[in-house]
Design a protein around this ligand. Structure first.
Ligand SMILES: C[S@@+](CC[C@H](N)C(=O)[O-])C[C@H]1O[C@@H](n2cnc3c(N)ncnc32)[C@H](O)[C@@H]1O
Length: 224
């Protein structure tokens, strides 16, 4: 063992653990109500959802009969819609009450599997080349830069050849109006995500024609 490296590793793991604890307790706090308002952290969620959900769904590539992985699925704002077209949806969230609520709303669709898991967990077992579409809406902002890099690299591996990654994130500043005691959300510049995706594709020697990515940023909606 390289004794000189141990303290550095310990510090790095410590930072990762703190990030996980902070983000988990943030979502435990904000998911108590299990409502669309809590999922979108906005008192105007019902109205926003009516406009935004069809808009986002319209941007997705065709997933008719295909396998879809939905990360940070929440109470299922998108899960039911995805299941209407998809062959199969694996919906995942790290708050148990949230994914159970999703199951209570959407569980009548027998093509959905619900999973309680943290997307950053090294124990998350998802097979390589197993999904046609990986979808997330407002998830990566709750991961550190390093966690985003690792997750995106994994997403690329989980995709089948010709698959698509779609993620949508808030950038620059807070958008929803809900009161927050603390806010550990990472509001980044869009170029961070572009860089991470390009790095993951280059590192894995996969050309952009093999994996298509759609990065959707929400900052425009909230700029006056
Ligand atoms: C802003 S909500 C969005 C929910 C849903 N995608 C939507 O648009 O309605 C973020 C969701 O991501 C989940 N989440 C945050 N970090 C996660 C992680 N590391 N692993 C799994 N789920 C996570 C939260 O529990 C929450 O349900």
């Amino acid at each position: 063992m390289d004794a000189g490296r141990a303290p550095v590793m310990a510090v790095a793991n410590g930072i990762g653990e703190v990030e996980r604890k902070v983000q988990k307790s943030y979502w435990e706090e904000h998911s108590k109500d299990l409502t669309v308002e809590s999922m979108m952290l906005d008192s105007r969620a019902a109205d926003l959802d009516k406009e935004e959900r069809p808009e986002i769904l319209s941007l997705l590539p065709s997933y008719k009969g295909k396998s879809v992985l939905e990360l940070g699925a929440g109470i299922g704002r998108f899960t039911g819609d995805l299941a209407k077209e998809a062959g199969h949806v694996l919906a995942l969230d790290f708050i148990e009450s949230v994914i159970k609520k999703n199951e209570s709303i959407n569980g009548h669709n027998k093509n959905i599997t619900f999973m309680c898991a943290d997307v950053t967990s090294p124990d998350l077992k998802i097979e390589d080349n197993s999904f046609d579409l990986i979808f997330s809406n407002w998830l990566l902002v709750y991961l550190s830069d390093e966690e985003v890099e690792k997750l995106v690299a994994k997403m690329v591996k989980w995709l089948k050849v010709g698959g698509h990654i779609f993620f949508r994130e808030s950038c620059f500043h807070q958008s929803g109006d809900s009161k927050r005691k603390v806010n550990p959300t990472h509001y980044r510049e869009p170029r961070f995500y572009t860089k991470v995706i390009l790095q993951a594709l280059c590192f894995q020697s996969i050309s952009t024609s093999r994996v298509e990515c759609c990065l959707q940023y929400t900052f425009q909606r909230y700029l006056s």
